[in-house]
Design a protein around this ligand. Structure first.
Ligand SMILES: Nc1ncnc2c1ncn2[C@@H]1O[C@H](COP(=O)(O)OP(=O)(O)O)[C@@H](O)[C@H]1O
Ligand SMILES: [Mg+2]
Length: 418
């Protein structure tokens, strides 16, 4: 069996690691991959967003399956294009991936099907958006660019001046391009934030174990929002009772809504949730595995990943039983100094071979420079460990972090503490 994984970050490394443990012993190819992925898969230098290039690679190499992991190729219709050529692919089609690709669409869907989420209005005119913010006069105000924005399109404005700047940046200066043609302005929710991923085969939906991530750059949730500085699983707040409420009011209704809209979802749906005093509410949907939540969730999966992938594609999820380890898992992200703004690349990474066997280091932004592994992104590594308790997993992961070094490396010391 030959599998092509599209992408080249920590999430893709975690997906490939899990695939490499399958009883089917697949031959793995990754486009474009990175220095860590290269130890498990053949890396081919085709960009994840080069859909034609991905289709050609899949055809040339006669792969049995393409796993499309990142958001942008899904939104560009990678799965549709692959299927048109008769190639099996894991991930939603373009018309279902829109639950992530357009926040205005997903809010409208939730409103139509009474799925709990923050109250909101959508605007395509900046003056009207600003008039609405003034009339509400309630802060913090949450302002969201409609489309994909590399995790930077949401601004929590503390006053009118900040809100005005956000609306001007997004809608007039188009700092996120076309993604800012519309904005969603929504009510500020408070509570614990939890991520729940779920496998969905179009009909049956099976939630995975819960996770929490840390978005801000520095300890104590200070600094700018990032792609994620660490994650752990499970979340202590996602109790069985909360899980049942979430399934009944959010997860099942979302999948049913997508069926009714003629957009059946096959792949992984990510539910970003706020556990409010009025129950769980949706902050956002993603149409794929989250990064870095995947690095904390997939290591806990006991069932053969390829059996699940095939069940998702074939609409047979109801026929398999998905099992998880009781261990907790924690992932600490090591980042380049200056991330998420400006940072240098090409720093030699030392100590990787001193990491103990029971800790796994997922590579996010690395590449080879001769025989050296060097940094090539803002988020560089995800040091991940499992343990009987979250405390034990964190202890192991942080001990391993102490062995690794590169110039200007930084990381949060409070992962799993909230
Ligand atoms: N309505 C809201 N109330 C409070 N916080 C919010 C709200 N919407 C978003 N956030 C915060 O902003 C973060 C990013 O928003 P999200 O909708 O997940 O966008 P994206 O991940 O695409 O940047 C969330 O993880 C959450 O912490
Ligand atoms: Mg989010």
């Amino acid at each position: 069996m030959k599998i092509l994984v599209v992408g080249g970050g920590g999430r893709e490394h975690a997906i490939i690691k899990k695939l490499s443990e399958s009883k089917y012993h697949p031959e793995l190819i990754c486009a474009p991959g990175n220095a860590g992925i290269a130890s498990l898969a053949e890396c081919v230098n085709v960009k994840a967003t080069d859909i034609q290039g991905i289709v050609s690679l899949a055809q040339e190499r006669k792969v049995d399956l393409v796993f499309v992991a990142p958001d942008d190729p899904l939104m560009l219709g990678a799965v549709d294009r692959l299927n048109e050529r008769g190639i099996r692919a894991f991930g939603p089609k373009q018309n279902a991936a829109i639950i992530e690709g357009s926040k205005a669409f997903s809010k409208e869907l939730m409103k139509k099907y009474s799925i709990p989420t923050a109250d909101y209005e959508t605007f395509s005119d900046a003056d009207e958006a600003l008039a609405y913010i003034r009339s509400k006069n309630s802060y913090p105000a949450v302002i969201k660019a409609d489309g994909l924005a590399l995790g930077k399109g949401v601004i929590i404005a503390q006053d009118y001046a900040e809100a005005e700047k956000a609306v001007n940046d997004i809608m007039r200066d188009k700092v996120f391009g076309e993604s800012g043609n519309k904005v969603v302005i929504e009510e500020f929710l408070t509570g614990h934030e939890v991520s729940v991923l779920a496998f969905c085969d179009g009909q049956t939906v099976v939630p995975m174990v819960s996770a929490q991530d840390h978005k801000r750059a520095f300890d104590g949730d200070k600094g700018l929002n990032t792609g994620g500085m660490g994650a752990f699983s499970p979340s202590r707040y996602y109790t069985e009772d909360v899980a049942k409420q979430t399934y009944d009011r959010i997860i099942r209704p979302t999948v049913d809504a997508l069926i009714k809209e003629g957009r059946p979802f096959k792949g992984v749906i990510y539910f970003g949730l706020m556990l409010t005093k009025d129950g769980p509410k949706v902050i956002e949907y993603n149409a794929r595995f989250g990064d870095p939540e995947t690095q904390a969730v997939l290591p806990r999966l006991k069932t053969d990943f390829i059996d699940i992938i095939n069940a998702v594609i074939d609409g047979a999820l109801d026929k398999i039983n998905i099992e998880w380890s009781d261990d907790a898992a924690a992932c600490i992200v090591l980042a380049s100094g200056g991330y998420p703004v400006a940072y240098e690349k090409g720093k030699k990474i030392e100590g990787l071979s001193s990491v103990p066997k029971d800790v796994y280091v997922y590579h996010a932004g690395t590449k080879f420079d001769g025989d050296d592994v060097v940094t090539s992104g803002g988020r560089v590594l995800g040091v991940t460990a499992k343990g009987e308790t979250l405390e034990k997993a964190l202890e192991k992961a942080y001990a391993a972090v102490g062995k690794i070094h590169f110039d200007k490396m930084f990381y949060r010391r409070d992962i799993g503490k909230k």
